[in-house]
Design a protein around this ligand. Sequence first.
Ligand SMILES: *Cc1c(COP(=O)(O)O)cnc(C)c1O
Length: 422
Amino acid sequence: MNKKAFVTKEQIEEIVKKYPTPFHIYDEKGIRENARKLKEAFAWNKGFKEFFAVKATPNPYLLKILQEEGCGTDCSSMTELMLSEALGFGKGDIMFSSNVTPAEEFVKARQVEAYINLDDYTHVEFLEEAAGIPDTIFCRYNPGGTFTLGTDIMDNPGDAKYGLTKEQMIDAFIKLQKKGVKKFGIHSFLASNTVSNEYYPALAKILFELAVELKEKTGANIQYINLSGGVGVPYTPDKEPNDILLIGEGVHKVFDEVLVPAGMGDVSIFTELGRFMLAPYGHLVTKAIHEKHIYKEYIGVDACAVNLMRPAMYGAYHHITVLGKEDAPCDHKYDVTGSLCENNDKFAIDRMLPKIDMGDYLAIHDTGAHGFAMGYNYNGKLKSAELLLKEDGSVEMIRRAETPKDYFATFDFSDILKDMKY
Ligand SMILES: *Cc1c(COP(=O)(O)O)cnc(C)c1O
């Protein structure tokens, strides 16, 4: 696949007059079209709902767009619940899929009438004590072992900290019914960033069969099956994107094979996609400010791992377009680096790119999810602004850049920095 940036050099030259680099920019049109396609893919299921995983991109403006497209939110912390509440997500709109959950977060989740998704058997009593048991509850399933698609090992649930074993699911459902639960949901997240149309159908089969078994063994009324996140995006240009319509059909087929014959055709399908919803619709835009010729060729840019951590943290590939040089031959080999005093602060290693000149703008692709959000403040570097490229072509700032004042704000309890010159 030919990966094209959704902004041009000319657009960026206009934008930087008002908003200097680096910044993340999001494509509203792409976001809306993709959200509509997901809805279409699952239109066969009456109760279908996507709960966007807030941790991927916790920006209220983007959450509003997704809300307008019919999505809810998936939260796992106090601030994510607060953000959802402030934006008017209400009963039935919020999923709380947390783990190692503090008592006060269960209290908040109940207050905003979120669906609570328990990560452990012991959380039944923990929740009861902290906030009481609601009449609808979810439990997160961990099948253990390895998770394979065909011959590919996709991930290792047996090593993952999440979820209940099958025996615990059965016990929990019996116990929760005694405590007054009327409706149940089940959830599982078995592999991350799958670029395969087979993942959701395979996961659906596991969860649908489990639902039938749980119903038989416990008599529980299972109303919701949450396929969680994990549908991925092609970060590298050699991969083809997932076909969400095919994925929806694949889940539909398993639904008809497993749930319908068991008299469970009224079950609602939920998803908690993060990456799939937004990753391709964000770019980190940065300017080349230094070049360095030692044992390798380096291009230094004005963004760093603080703005996008995935390459430093996972060695993740993020495609780079040198804006204005889309059609130039990729005949130069560069390491593209940020300014942290950390040698892993490299957006690309040995990447073939067109010749980069100082002042060139680089669009780093697929930063719309797990991009800005993973940012940190190492080396005292500040987080960038976030901009929205709207459907009419105009640009709106949807988060301002951090200032030194923000960085030092946590010392405002004392006067030790009272002579700070801003
Ligand atoms: C992170 C997360 C998601 C979203 O994952 P993606 O890979 O972005 O789709 C969904 N549900 C839970 C519980 C998560 O932790």
